[in-house]
Design a protein around this ligand. Structure first.
Ligand code: FAD
Length: 304
């Protein structure tokens, strides 16, 4: 990729979600030149409100982003660019990024904060309710799902959200969608008051646009106010793989404590990346924290 001739800036941050916004802010605080490139709505855009974010519990995601961008604009070393990065190359001395409209950027470091995208839900009819009556994370939306909650899906890892929702939902059903549970697991959950239902889910049932139940094989309906489902994801951008970043088995970019990837001059933060020793954080606060650490990694390298 050809680059322009001017001196490289300190850092390009790809992605304007919590991770990228915080990375840009931390760089701005020490007057480092940074270009923040963002392609548009982030992962939680479907949700009217975000929760579990200290001082911002219940804030619309777009408001969070708007405040962050407004505050970043106060720093003269920050440039906010709307657009999609379509190519990136990491060289020995710098990194180059090309945007979809042909703009080219060059910097000494690159932070990938491009996030992840959620894979389709098990029932297509759940999709219109995603981020409202249907969510994947008990911390983010469990409290709002209402009295009657269905956890949908039979993968072994669903046991965690089921256990987390005990005591949050008054009537909790684990609808395993045809998967037979280990009888010991099922009995243990029943003792906690969980209804274990191993029938296959067929469709959603709505009334006046609201989700009111899940139709199961045999013609019954499991009534509910909210559903926990989904949560499977993949990288939103192809650039981490194109750059040759080492990936973890779950599909995340492997990083160290300060966001360094396996590619020199390329760091990563947020939902897209985590350390091998830790699972994915996948929250606003965890992503912002990782963005700050990646920016610290950049600053340390710049002053070294
Ligand atoms: C429905 C739903 C509700 C959620 N609710 C909550 C909640 O209440 N509380 C909570 O803590 N967490 C919540 N989460 C999780 C939260 O959304 C994520 O953990 C968080 O957004 C991750 O931040 P991020 O910066 O890594 O990625 P994102 O917020 O997804 O931002 C990534 C950004 O990168 C940009 N991008 C991608 N590729 C490119 C490219 N090539 N060029 C330029 N830009 C690019 C995208 O446009 C996007 O703006 C929710 C998730 C979902 C799915």
């Amino acid at each position: 990729m050809a680059t322009h001739d001017s001196d490289p800036i300190d850092c390009i941050v790809l992605g304007g979600g919590p991770a990228g916004l915080q990375a840009a802010l931390t760089l701005a605080r020490v007057h480092r030149s940074v270009a923040l490139v963002d392609a548009g709505p982030g992962r939680n855009a479907a949700a009217a409100h975000m929760q579990n974010v200290v001082t911002r519990d219940g804030t619309p995601p777009a408001t969070f982003r708007g405040i962050a961008r407004e505050q970043l604009e106060a720093y003269s070393t920050v440039r906010l660019l709307d657009g999609t990065a379509v190519a990136a190359v990491a060289g020995e001395d710098d990194v180059a990024v090309e945007l979809g409209d042909g703009r080219r950027l060059r910097a000494r470091f690159l932070v990938l904060a491009t996030g992840v995208t959620d894979l389709p839900l098990p029932l297509p009819g759940l999709a219109p309710h995603w981020g409202g009556q249907v969510a994947h994370c008990p911390f983010c939306h469990g409290h709002e799902l209402g009295d009657r909650v269905v956890v949908l899906g039979g993968e072994p890892q669903r046991e965690h959200p089921v256990r987390m929702m005990v005591g949050v939902a008054q009537h909790l059903t684990w609808l395993t969608d045809g998967v037979r549970l280990d009888p010991e697991v099922a009995d243990g959950l029943r003792r906690l008051g969980v209804v274990v239902d191993e029938r296959r889910a067929i469709d959603v049932v709505e009334r006046d646009g609201r989700l009111v139940g899940i139709a199961v094989e045999g013609g019954d309906v499991v009534a509910c106010d909210g559903v926990l489902a989904g949560g499977a994801w993949q990288q939103r951008s192809t650039l981490p793989a194109a750059l040759g970043c080492a990936m973890l088995p779950d599909g995340a970019i492997e990083v160290d404590e300060l966001g360094a990837t396996s590619v020199a001059r390329v760091l990563a933060a947020g939902d897209a990346a985590h350390r091998a020793a830790a699972g994915p954080g996948h929250s606003v606060i965890a992503s912002a924290a990782a963005g700050q650490l990646a920016a610290l990694g950049v600053v340390r390298a710049l002053i070294a």
